[in-house]
Ligand binder design. Structure first.
Ligand code: DX5
Ligand code: ZN
Length: 230
């Protein structure tokens, strides 16, 4: 395993599977249970066929989030939502390259707003889209399901993509580039997280695997035990 992945694994519970009637409490509970980031899924019923949370909800939840808020934009167009979520307290903002006309410009907007920036690759999106913007990336988010819904099954082919992106990042860092986290989203569970880590991921989004269970700490601890063994 490479040095970056060894140094620290992050677990980012997705509040998409939390109880929407009490999101503030849910965020406090999952942070107490050991969450490193709060993953915040933004869906617009246009880029993806579902409708979730907007910047007003992010701003309302910000006081509860004592760890970074990881905003995953599944919206089209992208740019207007960048400034709105940056103002609402987002710490990390990622978007899908298919959803914006000018990828480099959208990444610059995120950085200029003072947030960490990332691109999200759908299962069928090729990795070469990262090549010329690596210097602007803090995160690459690999979707291991098609975006739009929680509770889907991990697509095994994504492991190959994780390996490819891990090689790309390691080569880039080896040549003096900044650190880039490799995050995976969709179908991550206690029983496959070690395999995903071995492929090269260091940051793990999990929605239903954590919020679908009663004891969040037990789930996060079980994930970390698997990561320690990976
Ligand atoms: C799907 C979202 C995911 C989702 C993951 O489009 O981006 O973050 O919440 O849910 P699980 O972990 O249940 O697959
Ligand atoms: Zn997500």
């Amino acid at each position: 395993m490479n040095e970056l992945a060894k140094s620290k694994f992050f677990i980012a519970p997705s509040i998409l599977s939390a109880d929407f009637a009490c999101l503030g409490n849910e965020i406090q509970s999952v942070i107490a249970a050991g969450a490193d980031w709060i993953h915040f899924d933004v869906m617009d019923n246009h880029y993806v066929p579902n409708l979730t949370l907007g910047p007003m909800v992010c701003a309302a939840l910000k006081p509860y989030a004592t760890v970074p808020i990881d905003v995953h934009l599944m919206v089209e167009p992208v740019d207007e939502m960048i400034s709105r979520f940056a103002s609402a307290g987002a710490d990390i903002i990622t978007f899908h390259p298919e959803a914006t006309r000018h990828i480099d410009r959208s990444l610059s907007l995120i950085k200029e707003a003072g947030c960490q920036a990332g691109l999200v690759l759908n299962p069928a999106t090729p990795v070469y889209i990262l090549e010329h913007v690596l210097a602007k990336l803090d995160v690459v988010l690999i979707m291991s399901v098609n975006p739009g819904f929680g509770g889907q099954t991990f697509i095994p082919e994504c492991l190959n993509k994780i390996r490819l992106v891990r090689q790309m990042i390691d080569r880039y860092v080896g040549e003096g580039g900044q650190t880039i986290r490799l995050e995976v989203d969709g179908g991550v569970k206690v029983d496959n997280i070690a395999q995903i880590a071995r492929a090269g991921a260091d940051t793990f989004v999990a929605g239903s695997a954590i919020f679908g269970k009663k004891d969040y700490a037990q789930q996060i601890t079980a994930m970390r035990q698997q990561l320690d063994l990976s």
